[in-house]
Structures are given as structure tokens and as C-alpha cells.
Ligand binder design. Structure first.
Ligand code: ADP
Ligand code: MG
Length: 601
């Protein structure tokens, strides 16, 4: 019997790949726009005709291609963007698979004109269904123009499956919006044949959203911003009262790449819970930046679904930042859970928001009453507590939990229970508040140390006797590297010799717990070693290491007073929900959840 296995001809392999990459005209739009952005264009023009079925053309003023590259660009796995496997983990460009142009050229008639700035003349290439038809020099401006005509001309079955022009055009708009939102610095225009549909100039994100979606958006956007050690979040949400009943306005970008994540989407829904109608969708334009090695964009041919190393962490950072923005922009509802069903937005702009006061019933005894006390704090009150912080500024910045002589009247009156020496529990109107004591304290200390670090002169507590410590050589080198940061946070550390240091002061108010000073510094070093490689921000890494090491660990007994200080400190912090490393600090278990929990066998 003769051999039956043979390699597929390239043109067939390309068509198979095209089945994944090119599903409809909008897929071509996406790939061409991304290539233009990758090429460093400052202006990109998209022209479609017959909803892209007859023509999709993208013109950019980017780098252009050399004659050889222009020919190569249509080969499979031809890419200028990666050349080693490791590059896959550090992708900053949109493209990298090198199959878009080859795939497109296998199912359409493609005409390319391109010129690099160094070349006098450009090159003009025509390819139809993977076949090179012609190639000649031409005069053209610097940059690239790719026209894709008669999509699926050679696969009638695929062509038949295309939807109505309206439907295909909607998909094209989606891609156009995503590209234009992801790169506000680049000017974009879209034409239907000769008719200009939208043109937007180089601008910032805010202006870009308004440019694309209309002037009315000027009043609709609420900024969102958050930065943890590993994740930066930026963007806008649409005020809840403008939420639409269609999913249209949900734009989530990770490292400037539009992505879909049902997990993140759900947590955003939850963040808007109670603020929008149950059949409306929250609107958002959110940009997340994190280390490219934290995500895997390679799993999906069109790259709109990506794999996260820690999707939950990212989702909870987003949700908490969004809730905070909603709170800060007075969009939080005051819902009377008892009676009302309509929402009552605090929208009056002329009215200064009063810091909410926490009314409590000091006589409350859970065993005497069957009914919940009216004034126990509710979920919204958690937000209120934060707003109190924003309105009045931080009051007590000492992260120490040692009770002060004169505690402010504000301190809360709730009763706290410690569970397993690790968690603080408290009853709330809407359920059960559970706080991880260690993470709460990390958050409090982190904020405090960051603030100290920002101050010109951090306050220190002089030691009675300076302590000298000696370290292993490699640790000593590291200590020399981070000692400036430590000193800015209140340590006074000086290097005595190659391996020895003297410590003469500690940050004010820190509790050594049972650590020796040498032990403390060694464990800060250890902490830093294990985390610093992963983190971009050196200063924050040092501070996070300190916060971790100085925080009250799980397993430590806390008395009532300490628990109160911990919880009120937490809710005055910059982000009560998320620890500096992204872990969730507290959770509220609703009474519904409790009911479900208790009814399980
Ligand atoms: P990828 O984008 O994954 O690298 P493509 O098939 O989309 O693969 O493109 C192949 C190559 O062609 C790119 O790597 C790039 O070098 C070149 N190219 C494509 N479009 C452009 C453009 N608009 N400007 C400059 N070079 C381009
Ligand atoms: Mg590409």
C-alpha cells in the first residue's frame, strides 16, 4: 500500500486556519486594524463597502514594509513580532501568530500597497485565494494600505452564511469601537464607500469615548482608578441611571487588548447590584494593565478570550474600584430595604454630601430581640464608612492596635467576635461581616507606610540601644539596595561594613510582636526576595514586604478593642476590600446565603 499521509498544500492549510481567524467581514477589520496599530500608525482609515462583503480597506501611516517583508507577510507564520517561544510570554503587540494575512489572502482578493519611509518607491502586490497575481513597484505614501475584496469569493458556502448587511455592519462597528477606544492617541476614521461615518482625532480616553458615542456622554461617565502592586486599573463607568438594556457598552481591555471575561463581567454586575434594573447592563470602559506573563492570550485564535493566572483577583480589584467610584460620585442609592422598591439616587449636585453617621443601639442584645436592630450597619454603610473617610480625611494613621487613651467618639460600637483567632465576625443588617485579620492589618499598615514614605520626614521611634545586625553576603547586598526605602518609611538603618548594619530607629508605632529587630529585617528581606521579582514597583514591593511582616498574623488573639480598631481602621483605608497583594479582605455573607448554607445537609 502506498503512503497515504501527505502534507496539506499551503493554500488548503491557510483556508483551514482562515476558518478560525476569518469568520466574517468584521474579523478582517479586526486583524487589519490591529496590524495598523502594531505598525505604529498615527492615523488609521477604515473603508467598507457592502458591509465589508465587497470591500474592507485599511490605510495607515505606520512603518510600512520592505519589498521582501511585503511578500513574506502573506506566508503562514510570517510575523515580525516574535521569534522565540519565550516572546510569547511578553507580548506587547496585538499580532504575533503570523496567520492573519495568510488566512485572509486565502479567502479573498487582497491588494497591498506599502512603503517604508526610507524607500523612494512602494510595492503593490495582488493576491487572490493565496495565488500571487502581480507584484510591481508603485508610488504610494509612507505606510500601508490593504484592501480585501470579495471575501469568501472562493468558498461560496461561507459567503452564504454571512448575515444581513445590518448585522455584519454591527460587528464591524464593534471592532472599530474597540480599536479606537484602545488607542485614543491614534486618529481613526470609518467610511462607508465614500461617506465618512465617524472621524476622531488623537485625544485622551475621555474625549475618545465622547467622540465615538456622542456629546451626551460628557455627563454620563464616572472615572475609575485603582492601583495595586501588580494591577493598574483605569477607565470610566457609565452612571447607573444611564445603563442600557443591551450589552453594547461593555468594554474591557487587558493590556489594551479587548477581551471578554464572563467572570469579570459578573463581578461588575454585582458591583452595580441594586443600582440598575435587573434587566439592564452596566456600561463600562475599563483598562487593566498587568504583567504580560500574568495572562495567556494565545489560547484563542482571535484572541478575545485570554487565560489569567488570577482572574478572581483581577475581578475583585475591578469590582471594588467600581463600587468605590460609584460611592464617591454619589451614585450609591439609599435603599430602604424594608419598604421601598424604587431606587433613590443621591444625585443632587448642589447638595454637599453629609458624612453619614452611624447610629447604633447600644442596648442591642441579639438574644433579647428576634428582630434585627434597625440601625446595625448595612452594606451601603460600608460604602458610607469609606465616604466618611474621603470627606474627613484620615484621622488616626497609627497602624498600631494598642488602644489610645482618648479614643474618638466615632469608634464603632459593634460587637465583634474572633473566630479561630484569625477572623473577625460582626453582625450587620444585611448579614454577617467576616474579616481576615491579617489581611486587614496588612492593608492598614500598607497605607500607613506608603503615606510615611510619601512624607518628607517619616516619623521614627529611636531605639534605646542601636542594634547591629550581620547578614549573609547576598542578603547584605539586598539590604543595601532596599535600605533607602526602609529608611523613608521610618527605619534608620546604616551600613557599617560589607555585611553589617546598624538599626537605630523603627517606624513610629510599629509593633515588633515577638520579633527581634534582626529577625524582623531578615524576614522582610525574605518576603522581598520571594515577591520582588514579580513586581514592577520596587518601592511598593519593599513596603508590601514590611506590611506583611509587621502585620498581626492569623492565630493571634485579639480583644474587643483591638478588633474594633482593626475594623474601623480597615474601613478608613484606601481600599478596604482588597489587600495590597490583591487578596480579598472581607466578605459579607447575606442572610439569604446563610439560609442556604444552613439548610444544606
Ligand atoms: P501578525 O500580526 O500576527 O504578525 P499578520 O499576518 O497579521 O501577523 O501580519 C504579518 C506581518 O506583516 C506582521 O508581523 C508585520 O510584519 C506585517 N504587517 C502586516 N500589516 C502591516 C501594516 N499595516 N504595517 C506594517 N507591517 C504590517
Ligand atoms: Mg496581525
Amino acid at each position: 500500500m502506498s503512503d497515504i499521509i501527505s502534507l496539506l498544500p499551503d493554500s488548503v492549510a491557510n483556508q483551514i486556519a482562515a476558518g478560525e481567524v476569518v469568520q466574517r467581514p468584521s474579523s478582517v477589520v479586526k486583524e487589519l486594524l490591529e496590524n495598523a496599530v502594531d505598525a505604529g500608525a498615527s492615523k488609521i482609515t477604515l473603508i467598507v463597502s457592502n458591509a465589508g462583503k465587497s470591500l474592507i480597506q485599511v490605510i495607515d501611516d505606520g512603518l510600512g514594509m520592505s519589498v521582501n517583508d511585503a511578500r513574506m507577510a502573506f506566508e503562514r507564520h510570517a510575523t515580525s513580532k516574535i521569534n522565540k517561544a519565550e516572546d510569547l510570554f511578553a507580548i506587547h503587540s496585538y499580532g504575533f501568530r503570523g496567520e492573519a494575512l495568510a488566512s485572509i489572502a486565502s479567502v479573498a482578493r487582497v491588494e497591498l500597497k506599502t512603503r517604508e519611509s526610507e524607500s523612494e518607491a512602494g510595492i503593490h502586490i495582488i493576491i487572490e485565494g493565496s495565488k500571487h497575481i502581480s507584484q510591481e513597484m508603485c508610488s504610494t505614501s509612507v505606510g500601508t494600505s490593504i484592501a480585501v475584496k470579495d471575501l469568501f469569493f472562493n468558498i461560496p458556502a461561507r459567503r452564504q452564511f454571512l448575515k444581513s448587511n445590518n448585522a455584519e455592519m454591527r460587528h464591524i462597528w464593534d471592532e472599530f469601537y474597540r480599536a479606537a477606544l484602545a488607542s485614543p492617541k491614534i486618529a481613526f476614521e470609518i467610511f462607508d464607500d465614500k461617506k465618512l461615518l465617524i472621524g476622531v482625532r488623537s485625544s485622551n480616553l475621555h474625549q475618545r469615548i465622547i467622540g465615538l458615542f456622542g456629546k451626551a456622554y460628557q455627563q454620563r461617565l464616572i472615572p475609575v482608578k485603582e492601583e495595586t502592586v501588580d494591577v493598574q486599573l483605569n477607565g470610566y463607568i457609565i452612571k447607573p441611571e444611564h445603563a442600557k438594556k443591551t450589552r453594547g457598552e461593555q468594554y474591557l481591555f487587558i493590556n489594551d487588548r479587548y477581551i471578554r471575561s464572563s467572570y469579570i463581567n459578573n463581578s461588575l454586575r454585582n458591583a452595580f447590584e441594586g443600582l440598575i434594573h435587573t434587566d439592564a447592563f452596566p456600561g463600562y470602559y475599563l483598562f487593566i494593565n498587568l504583567d504580560p506573563s500574568e495572562i495567556d492570550i494565545n489560547i484563542h485564535p482571535t484572541k478575545t478570550e485570554i487565560k489569567f493566572r488570577d482572574e478572581r483577583m483581577v475581578a475583585s480589584i475591578i469590582a471594588s474600584a467600581v463600587r468605590r467610584s460609584l460611592g464617591l460620585h454619589h451614585a450609591m442609592p439609599s435603599i430602604d430595604f424594608e419598604s421601598e422598591t424604587t431606587l433613590n439616587f443621591k444625585q443632587d449636585k448642589n447638595k454637599e454630601i453629609k458624612p453619614p453617621t452611624i447610629k447604633v443601639n447600644p442596648d442591642y442584645n441579639p438574644f433579647k430581640n428576634k428582630i434585627q436592630p434597625v440601625d446595625a450597619f448595612s452594606r451601603d454603610e460600608l460604602v458610607d464608612r469609606q465616604m466618611e473617610f474621603y470627606n474627613d480625611g484620615p484621622k488616626d494613621s497609627s497602624g498600631s492596635l494598642i488602644p489610645e487613651e482618648s479614643r474618638s467618639e466615632k469608634a464603632s460600637y459593634e460587637t465583634y467576635i474572633q473566630i479561630a483567632n484569625s477572623f473577625i465576625a460582626s453582625s450587620m443588617k444585611s448579614g454577617l461581616l467576616l474579616v481576615n485579620q491579617n489581611l486587614a492589618h496588612q492593608r492598614i499598615l500598607f497605607d500607613e507606610l506608603i503615606q510615611k514614605n510619601d512624607d518628607v520626614q517619616a516619623s521614627s521611634e529611636q531605639l534605646m540601644f542601636p542594634e547591629s545586625i550581620s547578614l549573609a553576603r547576598s542578603d547584605a547586598e539586598l539590604m543595601a539596595e532596599i535600605s533607602d526605602e526602609l529608611n523613608e518609611s521610618g527605619f534608620v538603618i546604616s551600613q557599617l561594613g560589607p555585611d553589617t548594619f546598624s538599626v537605630s530607629a523603627l517606624p513610629h508605632g510599629i509593633d515588633l510582636q515577638n520579633n527581634s529587630i534582626a529577625g524582623l529585617l531578615e524576614s522582610i528581606l525574605e518576603e522581598f526576595k520571594s515577591s520582588a521579582k514579580l513586581r514592577k514597583d520596587f518601592r511598593k514591593s519593599v513596603i508590601l514586604s514590611m506590611a506583611r511582616k509587621l502585620s498581626i498574623p492569623e492565630g493571634r488573639v485579639l480583644n474587643q478593642e483591638m478588633m474594633q480598631r482593626m475594623v474601623s481602621g480597615l474601613f478608613q483605608s484606601s481600599n478596604p476590600e482588597i489587600a495590597p497583594d490583591g487578596r480579598r479582605i472581607f466578605r459579607i455573607i447575606s442572610s439569604d446565603e446563610l439560609t442556604t448554607l444552613l439548610s444544606k445537609d
